[in-house]
Design a protein around this ligand. Structure first.
Ligand code: FAD
Ligand code: DLZ
Length: 510
C-alpha cells in the first residue's frame, strides 16, 4: 500500500517515527513551506530562514538516500497555502491510500491534523514523537495523584529513567541532584565568553534569505548576519563547539547578563533541538560524557542537563496535560496591553533595550533575559498573558507553542496558578543589578525608587506585591516580602505606589 508521509518543519530528524518501516520504493514523502505555518504568528525572519533552509537541506538528504520527496517551496501564489491543501493535492495526484505523520508539537495544528481523516477521506496515522524522553502518557502517569507538580521531582525521575549522571548504586553523581546554588555568579568579563558557533550561508540559505526578505518584510527582526546551522552535521558541530568552549563555565554564569555579550556561556542549541537537527538525549549524553572525561565541572553539566531533561520535558508535559484550556489562563487577572517598545527596543531601560535589541538581531536571548528582564517587566506591568505570549512566540528562533506557552504563561506570568514555580519570578531592579552590568549604563538609577529617574522595576515591583496581596500574602515563600512592604514608612509606600501608577499609565514612554 502506498503511503504519503508528511514531515513537518520541526521534524527534521532522520529517524523520525513517521519514516519507521517506510519503503522508499512505494512510499512518498511530502514537505511543504506553506503560508499558514509561516504566518500564524509574526515569526522572526531568522526563524523562517532557519526552518525553510533546514527543510530544504533535509529534503535533499532524503532524496539522496533514494526517497521521493514532493517539496513545495514557498511562493505567495502557490495554490496550496496550508499543509492540508498540500496533502489533499498529492492524494489526488498520487492516489495514495494513507497518510502517515508524527504527532505535531502544537495544539493548533494537532487539532487540524486530527480531523484530516474526515476531510481528506483517507486514514491518517499519527505516530508518537519518540524524540522526547518522556511520552505524554508517562508524564500523565507521573502527575496523577500529586498535589503539586514540581519540575525537580520529575527531573529526578528522568535521571533515573535515563541513567544520566547516576552512579551504579542509583545515586546522583556528585552526591546531589541539583547544583544550582553554585550557578549564580555575576560575569565581569573574565573568563572571556566564546564567540558563538557560526555557519556562513550556502546558496540554499542565501535563496531563502532573499525569499524571506521579499515575502515577509513585515515580520519581526532581520535576516542580516544569519549564521545558524541548517543541517544536522553543522548542528553537531555547534554542539561540539559548546562542549569545548562554553560548557565548563555554563553553570557559573548561567544566570548572568552582560551589557556587551549577547550569548555568554549558553549553548544556543534550542533552535536545533526544537526543529529536530539535534536529539535532546544525545545532547545530554554528550554533556555527561564531558563530565566523566573531566572536561567540565559537575555544576555546569548537571545544570545543563537539567534544562533539557528537566525543564524541557516538564513544560512539554504540562502543555499536553492542560491544553487547550491552559492557553486561556489568566489567574492574576491582567488586562494591560504589551508596550510597543517590545517590538522596537526603544526604551531608556538599558536591560530591556539590550534584551529586545539582541532578540531583534539574533532571534535569541538567553533564559535570564527572557525570564528576569522582558518577562519580569511584563509580569510587573500586568500585561495580558495572551499579548506577551504572542510576543514570545514570534520573536525567538526556538519558539513553538508547546515550549513557549508554559514558559511565558506559567513561569513568567504565573497565570496558571503555579505549575512552573511555587512563587512568581517577580524582582526589583536590584536583581538585575546583581546579575548584570546594565545598570551602570542605564538612564534610570537602580538605587532610586520614587524619583523620575528611578529604575522602573523598583516601584513596579512593590506595586505588584501590593496589588496581589490576596494572591500571595499566604504563600510561605512570599511572606517576607509582605513583611518588608508592610514595615516601610507609609509615605514611602505611597510614593512608590504613586510612581508605579504613573509608570503604568505611561508605559510606552519609559
Ligand atoms: P541553554 O541555556 O544553553 O540551555 C540548554 C537547553 O536547555 C536549551 O537549548 C533548551 O533546549 C533547554 N531549556 C533551558 N531552559 C528551558 C526551559 N525553561 N524550557 C524548555 N527548555 C529549556 N525555550 C524554547 O526552546 N523555546 C521557547 O519558545 C522558549 N521560550 C521561553 C520563554 C520564556 C519567557 C522563558 C523564561 C524561557 C523560554 N524558553 C524557551 C526556555 C529557555 O529560555 C530557552 O530554551 C533557552 O534560552 C535557549 O537558549 P540556549 O539553547 O542557549 O539554552
Ligand atoms: C514553524 C513553521 C514554519 C514557520 N513554517 C513551516 C512550514 O512552512 N511547513 C511546515 O511543515 N512546518 C513549518 N513550521 C513548523 C510547524 O508550524 C510546526 O510543525 C508546528 O508548529 C508544530 O510544532
Amino acid at each position: 500500500m502506498a503511503n504519503l508521509i508528511l514531515i513537518l518543519g520541526d521534524q527534521l530528524t532522520a529517524d523520525i517515527s513517521a519514516l519507521e518501516g517506510a519503503d522508499p520504493k512505494s512510499d512518498q514523502i511530502v514537505m511543504a513551506e506553506v503560508h499558514d505555518e509561516a504566518s500564524y504568528t509574526n515569526h522572526h525572519k531568522k526563524k523562517l530562514v532557519l526552518l525553510f533552509s533546514a527543510m530544504r537541506h533535509f529534503a535533499q538528504r532524503l532524496e539522496d538516500k533514494g526517497w521521493t520527496v514532493h517539496y513545495q517551496a514557498y511562493h505567495p501564489d502557490n495554490a496550496a497555502q496550508s499543509l492540508e491543501a498540500v496533502i489533499a493535492s498529492h492524494l489526488r495526484e498520487q492516489g495514495s491510500e494513507r497518510v502517515i505523520t508524527t504527532e505535531c508539537g502544537e495544539w493548533r495544528l494537532h487539532e487540524q491534523i486530527s480531523q484530516w481523516h474526515e476531510s481528506l477521506g483517507v486514514p491518517v496515522e499519527i505516530r508518537t514523537d519518540t524524540r522526547f524522553i518522556a511520552s505524554k502518557q508517562e508524564f500523565l502517569d507521573w502527575a496523577e495523584g500529586r498535589k503539586q507538580l514540581r519540575m525537580e521531582f520529575f527531573y529526578r525521575e528522568m535521571r533515573r529513567k535515563t541513567g544520566l549522571l547516576m552512579t551504579s548504586e542509583g545515586k546522583p553523581e556528585g552526591g546531589e541532584w541539583n547544583f544550582d546554588a553554585d550557578n549564580r555568579r555575576k560575569w565581569t568579563g573574565k573568563p572571556s565568553a566564546p564567540a558563538p558557533f557560526r555557519v556562513e550561508p550556502d546558496p540554499v540559505t542565501n535563496d531563502v534569505i532573499e525569499l524571506v526578505n521579499e515575502h515577509f518584510p513585515d515580520h519581526f527582526g532581520t535576516t542580516e548576519d544569519f549564521h545558524f546551522a541548517v543541517t544536522s552535521e553543522d548542528a553537531e558541530r555547534a554542539l561540539a563547539h559548546f562542549m569545548d568552549f562554553a560548557l565548563p563555565c555554563f553553570g557559573d554564569f548561567q544566570d548572568a547578563m552582560s551589557d556587551e555579550e549577547d550569548w555568554l556561556f549558553h549553548s544556543i542549541l534550542s533552535p536545533y533541538i526544537n526543529c529536530g537537527l539535534l536529539d535532546p538525549l544525545s545532547v545530554c549524553e554528550a554533556a555527561a560524557q564531558a563530565w566523566y572525561a573531566g572536561q567540565a565541572p559537575i555544576n555546569a553539566v548537571e545544570g545543563f542537563i537539567r534544562q533539557i531533561l528537566g525543564w524541557r520535558e516538564f513544560v512539554r508535559g504540562i502543555y499536553w496535560m492542560t491544553m487547550p484550556d491552559y492557553a486561556k489562563e489568566n489567574r492574576l487577572g491582567n488586562t494591560g496591553a504589551l508596550p510597543w517598545f517590545y517590538w522596537t527596543g526603544d526604551t531608556r531601560m538599558r536591560c530591556m533595550h539590550k534584551a529586545i535589541d539582541a532578540t531583534r538581531r539574533n532571534a535569541y536571548a538567553h533564559h535570564i533575559q527572557r525570564l528576569m528582564v522582558t518577562g519580569n517587566f511584563a509580569l510587573l506591568a500586568g500585561v495580558k498573558p495572551e499579548e506577551i505570549c504572542d510576543w514570545y512566540l514570534a520573536v525567538y528562533a526556538d519558539a513553538y507553542d508547546w515550549v513557549e506557552l508554559p514558559n511565558v504563561l506559567g513561569m513568567v506570568m504565573h497565570a496558571d496558578g503555579g505549575y512552573l514555580g511555587s512563587k512568581p519570578y517577580a524582582a526589583s531592579g536590584k536583581y538585575i543589578q546583581r546579575m548584570s552590568d546594565h545598570c551602570a549604563n542605564c538612564h534610570y538609577k537602580v538605587n532610586k525608587s520614587t524619583e523620575e529617574d528611578a529604575c522602573p522595576f523598583n516601584a513596579l515591583y512593590w506595586h505588584f506585591i501590593d496589588r496581589h496581596r490576596d494572591d500571595f500574602a499566604n504563600n510561605p515563600r512570599m511572606g517576607m516580602m509582605y513583611k518588608n512592604w508592610d514595615k516601610q514608612d507609609p509615605d514611602r509606600r505611597e510614593g512608590l505606589l504613586k510612581r508605579a501608577e504613573h509608570l503604568l499609565a505611561n508605559l510606552n514612554s519609559i
